[in-house]
Design a protein around this ligand. Structure first.
Ligand SMILES: [Zn+2]
Ligand SMILES: [Zn+2]
Length: 283
C-alpha cells in the first residue's frame, strides 16, 4: 500500500491537495493547517504548484522549494494539535522534457507527488494555460488555438496520457479539468463519443500506471461539477481504481469544500468503502 491508499483506507478525514502562500493560495501554511484541524482532519497534504519551465503567476519559484519544505517541518514540530502533515507538490506536466518524471522532481524529498495538466501546447507548440476563468479560456481558444476546441481538448488529454506513461507521480490530479472551460465553449462536448473515448483512455492508462485518481471537489458548489465529473465514476469503479477525495483548497474556509457531497455520491456509486464506513465513524 502507498502512503495515500493507507490514508484513504483508514479514514475520510483527510485532504491531500491544497495551496498556500507559496503559490497561488491565499493563506499561510499554518493557517491552512489550523483550518484543517478545526474541520477534524487527521491528514493534510500541502501541494504547491511546482516550479515550472514556462511563465506562470500561479506556480512556486524554484528558489522557494527549500523554504517550503522547511515550513512543513516547522509546522510538524509545533506544540499544537495539527493533522499529520505532508510535503507534496502538484507538478505540472508541460512536455516529455518537463513533468513529474524529471530528475529535478524525483530528487525532491516529497512525501508524494500529484501530476496535473493545466497547460496545453497550441498548434505552434506554445504552452497555453487552459485553467483559470472561462473568459480567459475563450479568449485563448480564439487567439492561440484558432478556435479549434476539439484540438485543445484532445491535446489536453494527450498531455494527461503522456504524463501517465512517463510516470513519476502518485496521484492523478483533476484529470478532466479541461471540461470546465471546454463545456462553456460547447455544452454538448462531454456527450460526444470521441470525448468519452478519451476518458476511457485515461482510465486504462491510470490503471496501468498504478496511480491514485483524485476526485477534486473544489468547484462542486460554485460550478456544480467534480473533476472527474461524476458521470465517469462508474468507469473508475469498473477499473477498480484507487481514489482520493481532495478539496484543492486555496482558502482556509475551503479546506473541506465539497468533500462530503463527494463521499455521499461515491457511496451511491458503490465506489467508496473504508474503515470509517465499517466503524460508522465517517464524519
Ligand atoms: Zn490543478
Ligand atoms: Zn491544485
Amino acid at each position: 500500500m502507498s502512503l495515500i491508499t493507507e490514508i484513504t483506507a483508514a479514514t475520510d478525514r483527510y485532504n491531500l491537495h491544497s495551496h498556500t502562500q507559496f503559490c497561488d493560495g491565499h493563506a499561510p501554511m499554518e493557517t491552512m493547517a489550523r483550518a484543517a484541524s478545526d474541520c477534524g482532519m487527521l491528514h493534510y497534504g500541502f501541494s504547491p504548484h511546482s516550479p515550472i519551465c514556462v511563465e506562470s503567476g500561479a506556480n512556486m519559484s524554484h528558489e522557494n522549494v527549500n523554504a517550503y519544505l522547511d515550513e512543513v517541518n516547522r509546522l510538524k514540530s509545533l506544540p499544537v494539535e495539527l493533522p499529520q502533515l505532508y510535503a507534496a507538490m502538484e507538478i505540472d506536466f508541460i512536455s516529455v522534457d518537463f513533468g513529474p518524471h524529471i530528475d529535478m522532481f524525483q530528487r525532491m524529498p516529497l512525501d508524494y507527488r500529484i501530476g496535473s495538466v493545466h497547460f496545453v501546447p497550441n498548434q505552434d507548440g506554445i504552452s497555453v494555460d487552459c485553467d483559470g476563468s472561462a473568459d480567459r479560456f475563450l479568449r485563448y481558444l480564439k487567439d492561440a488555438f484558432g478556435g479549434d476546441l476539439r484540438y485543445v481538448v484532445e491535446k489536453y488529454f494527450e498531455q494527461v496520457l503522456t504524463m501517465l506513461e512517463r510516470g513519476g507521480f502518485d496521484m492523478l490530479g483533476h484529470f478532466d479539468k479541461i471540461a470546465q472551460n471546454a463545456s462553456v465553449a460547447d455544452p454538448e462536448i462531454e456527450n460526444q463519443p470521441w470525448y468519452e473515448a478519451l476518458i476511457d483512455d485515461v482510465a486504462s492508462h491510470a490503471k496501468t500506471a498504478g496511480v491514485v485518481v483524485e476526485i477534486n471537489t473544489k468547484y462542486i458548489n460554485d460550478k456544480g461539477r467534480f473533476f472527474p465529473h461524476d458521470r465517469w465514476w462508474q468507469k473508475l469503479k469498473d477499473a477498480e481504481m484507487p481514489i482520493a477525495v481532495n478539496s484543492d483548497a486555496h482558502w482556509p474556509e475551503k479546506v473541506d469544500e465539497g468533500r462530503r457531497q463527494a463521499f455521499e455520491k461515491l457511496r451511491q456509486t458503490g465506489l467508496h468503502h473504508n474503515a470509517a464506513d465499517v466503524n460508522g465513524q465517517s464524519h
